[in-house]
Every structure is written in C-alpha cells, then in structure tokens.
Design a protein around this ligand. Structure first.
Ligand code: GAP
Length: 530
C-alpha cells in the first residue's frame, strides 16, 4: 500500500467530513450560516468520545478535580468583572469598495465564500480605520429589549467556574490545591470565521481552573518554593510547588493527554508567549499548537492567571472569595519575624499592584492590600489559578486531519484505486468495531453475526453491516476510522470443528487478520479501545 500526502489535504478532509457524516454546514438547506457547523452521526460519536476522555482524565481519574455544568447565560455583571464587556474585542475594518468587514490583524486573505476551507485574496479597496468590535453575542433576558436586561451568551466556560468557586469548594470537600472542570458551549461573534471549524462562532470548550496557593503561602508552609529542574514532566505534585511548577505540570499533563488519544508530540508545538504578549495579570501562558494543513495553530492555551479572576469577582460581587488554610495559619506562627515580614511585604505588593491596575483608587488600594497581607498572616488568601483551556472542535479537526491518509491499491487487472483510511486512535474512533457476516444471503451466517453484534453493542459502539462485498465493507469502515472489523464466516459455524465459534478480526491499519473465540471478544476489544 503506497501512502501519499496531498497538498490539498484540507479540501479533501472537508469533503470527507461531509460525505461520511462527520461535519455538515449548519442550516445547509438555507445556504448555510457562516461560522456554524453541525456534527453528523460519525462526528457526534467522535466528539462525545473526546469529551468523555477529557472528562474522565481531568475529573474522574483524579482526586483533586470536581466537575461543574453551568448555564450559558449568566448574570451580565460576570462579564463586566471578567473584563469581557470592556476588552473582549477584535480590531475591525470595513472595505469601502466591496463593503466587506474584516479583522484588521488578518487582512490580505479571507475565507473563500464558495469554499470556506480555501483562503482568497481580499479586495484592494480603501479601508476604514480599525475599531474595536466586541465578540460577545448579546441578547435580552425577558420580554423587554432594554439596556437594563442585556445579557450575553458566554464567550468562555471559565467564568462560571470562578463564579461558583465557593459553592463547589463547600460541597466537594476539596482543599486548595484543587481544580474545577467544565465542558460546554461557548459563543464568539468572530469577525471572520475561517479554516472550516477552526474558528467558529459557536464552539465547545473543555476548561479546567486549577486553584493553587500563592507562592508566599507555599514558602511559609514548606520553607521554600521548589524550583523546576530539567525538561519534561515534573512528576507527582508536591506541597512545595509554586505556580511555575504547577504550570509546567499542566502543560506536560495536557501534552500527555494528546499523545494518549493519538496526536504524537511531533504533531504538536509549545509556544511560550513573550512577556509583551501576556495579559497584564498573566504570569505565563503556553499555547499548545497543532500542525494543521493550513498552518501551525493553537489547540489549547495553558495560562497561569495569578489571583486575578477570583479577585475581580470578589470586588464586583462584593462576596469574599478567599479560603482559610489551616496549614498556613499553623506554619506562619512558627516563622522567624524577618521571614514573616518578607512574605507579608511580597504578598502586599502583589495585591497592591493588582488593585491599582484594576482601577481601585490609591487610598482604598493601600488599605485593601494591607488588609489582604494581614489576612495572609492569619492563614487566608485568594487562590491563584492555572487554566488549561482547550477547544473541542479544534481538537476534532486536529484528530481528523491527523488520521486522514490515502492509500492507492492496484488489483490483479492492473486497475488502481485510491481510498481513504482514517487512522484514529481506537480510544477516539467513532465506531470501535463493525460486525460483518461473510455473506448476506446465508441466514445462519446472518443470525450468528447478529448474535455477535448484540453481544458487543452494549459494551462498545458497534456497527452491523451486511451489504456489499466484504472488501467494500472493510473499505467503508476504514473510511469511517473503525479500528476493528469482526467477520463471521463458515468456520464460525463449525465448518472446521476446531474453529467453531471463532471469528476473524481485521485490523484497520495493516489489514492484518487473526482469529479469536467469540467468548473472549468483548474483553479483547475493551482492552484496546479504552
Ligand atoms: N478561558 C480562556 C479562553 O477562553 P481562549 O484562548 O480564548 O482562552 C481557549 O480559548 C480555546 O478555545 C482555544 O485554544 C481554542 O481551542 C478554543 N477556541 C477559542 N475560540 C474559538 C473559536 N472561535 N472557534 C473554535 N474554537 C475556539
């Protein structure tokens, strides 16, 4: 089998997605709606698998993360506190000639109206000056459309986590360090949606807010903050970790997750934002980039966001967001006076800087920062946060483009055929196994195959297919990315007595076949698809 990589890979991926039911343009019968996409039967399964795997790894398999499922529309003050009302905008320009509207930082190329996966050169007409365009979708809550009842579709899932921080803390019996995870829809009125599902107006995020102690508290408890040594994963979390090690830990955990679902490190890149690119409250941000056919682009951002978010909600809602830490309180009393003073001052200065940057007047900022530092000495602080924030749709696109491969086969008569194989990792594959009777017109084969299908369908997503030649059926499953096909043949029925109740398993990636007893089939599959 000769494997080829095509320059127009993205075009082929978009066409396959439509043809096989992974992704359809939303509202297609009305001509579509730019920036909105629907997931078809295979896409829905793939997406569900990805979200389940993320949820399982980030919450169920960890002791220190709890889940949340919040509403999409929340109190509008949330978006004032988070900064989205004032600053969540892209610079937009209008073209006076073609009346097009573009992002000022993305001029030159726009998605082709006929083929959204292709970029075309934009009109050279005269442009207006850039002006900010807020990306939040606005609506009204209740029957009256007034400024008083404006509300927003959430542009990220993260803010609900901050707003519910105290409720989750109190009900989950967690203690800092711990995280809150959420998967759900987010909406951004992107000026120029582009690159298929990559930049959509409605999409899903998988976000974790991992709350940690401020470094001053770690130092008070552990004597010092551990330094990151060497490359790679820093290992099991330790009480002496400050924000830098926690940040590194989450970057490595996320890379490990991607590897575990079939995106090797070679397909990914880490981009450490430069100091001038960081938001004023962020201490470090790493973007995990994926090598998409249209360029190397962001899949996930992992930000060390200090105590900015909870502090903002404390100020705007007037509700305390701090936690009491018994270990800190006990440790503080044992510290030498000089250490207490040094930690007090460092914490005070950081809080003061935040308050001044957030527009608090000088007098109140001085008083609040002093109070916050006094509270630290009593064991109280506002947790800092590390935020791994991933896009579901971008990950789906990464998985499909990475899995996409074409093989050209030549038959006995010298006729060549090129067909697609989606080499999904079995953990994400939409269908895990297809059950195929060798022939459709032999009732004993069909009955036996239906029996095998019924045996497996409750355990893993199983597909039954008896139409067309066995070769065609294998090819159909290869194109859907199904890692295993089970064939029920005459040997299964006992043609060779020693093979009674055994089936053939065909492996998608190398067409290898092996024989297994039906009784061991479910366990064999579960071992490979989980
Ligand atoms: N809470 C942080 C946050 O929302 P972000 O970098 O704006 O950070 C996180 O978004 C992730 O959400 C991105 O890395 C990307 O995977 C996904 N994402 C953001 N905007 C998107 C869009 N318009 N379409 C699809 N995915 C998007």
């Amino acid at each position: 089998m000769a494997e080829s990589k095509q320059p127009d890979r993205m075009e082929k991926v978009v066409s396959l997605c439509k043809r096989r039911g992974f992704v359809f343009p939303s509202s297609e019968i009305y001509g579509g709606i730019n920036g909105f996409w629907d997931y078809g039967p295979l896409g829905a399964e793939l997406k569900r698998n990805v979200k389940e795997l993320w949820w399982s790894e980030m919450t169920r398999l960890r002791d220190d993360v709890a889940g949340l499922e919040a509403t999409i529309i929340m109190h509008p003050q949330i978006w004032k506190a988070s900064g989205h009302v004032d600053t969540f905008s892209d610079p937009m320009i209008d073209c006076k000639t073609c009346k097009g509207r573009f992002r000022a930082d993305q001029t030159g190329e726009i998605p082709c109206p006929q083929r959204p996966s292709k970029m075309v050169t934009e009109c050279a007409g005269e442009k207006t000056q850039p002006r900010p365009f807020n990306l939040m979708f606005k609506t009204h809550c209740g029957p009256v459309e007034s400024e008083d009842n404006v509300c927003y579709l959430r542009p990220e899932t993260a803010q609900a986590i901050f707003a519910q921080f105290k409720n989750v803390l109190e009900t989950s019996r967690q203690k800092v360090p711990f995280g809150i995870a959420q998967v759900g829809k987010a909406f951004r009125n992107e000026v120029t949606p582009r690159n298929f599902t990559f930049r959509s107006r409605e999409f899903e995020q998988m976000e974790l807010e991992y709350f940690i102690k401020p470094d001053e508290a770690v130092e008070a408890i552990s004597g010092s903050v551990a330094e990151a040594t060497g490359e790679g994963h820093p290992g099991e979390p330790q009480p002496s970790w400050g924000w830098q090690l926690w940040h590194k830990y989450w970057v490595e955990e996320r890379l490990r997750f991607y590897e575990g679902i079939g995106l090797p490190r070679t397909s990914l890149e880490e981009y450490w934002q430069k100091p001038e690119e960081l938001a004023h409250y962020a201490r470090a941000t790493v973007d995990i980039l994926f090598k998409f056919p249209f360029g190397t682009q962001e899949l996930e951002g992992i930000a060390a966001r200090s105590d900015f978010d909870l502090s903002q909600h404390e100020r705007h809602a007037g509700k305390p967001m701090g936690v009491f830490d018994d270990d800190l309180r006990a440790a503080w009393t044992r510290l030498p006076k000089e250490t207490q003073d040094a930690l007090w001052k460092r914490y005070h200065d950081a809080r003061h800087k935040y308050l001044i940057k957030s527009g608090v007047d000088a007098e109140s900022a001085a008083a609040t920062a002093r109070n916050d530092a006094d509270n630290l000495a009593k064991g109280k602080y506002i947790p800092h946060v590390i935020e791994p924030s991933a896009g579901v749709d971008r990950l789906i696109l990464a998985l499909i483009t990475h899995a996409f491969s074409e093989v050209t086969e030549t038959d006995d008569k010298g006729k060549s055929e090129t067909r697609v194989i989606l080499r999904f990792h079995p953990r994400v594959a939409p269908i895990k196994v297809a059950v195929l009777p060798l022939l459709k017109n032999k009732p004993e084969l069909v009955a036996k195959a239906r029996g095998v299908f019924e045996l497996l369908r409750g355990q893993v997503n199983t597909y039954y297919d008896d139409s067309g030649s066995i070769g065609r059926r294998y090819a159909r499953q290869d194109e859907a990315g199904t890692p295993f096909c089970v064939t029920v043949d005459f040997e299964t029925l006992g043609e060779k007595p020693e093979l009674l109740d055994t089936v053939t398993i065909r492996h998608r990636d190398d067409a290898r076949q092996e024989r297994l007893p039906i009784t061991g089939l479910a366990a064999w599959l579960l071992e490979r698809v989980r």
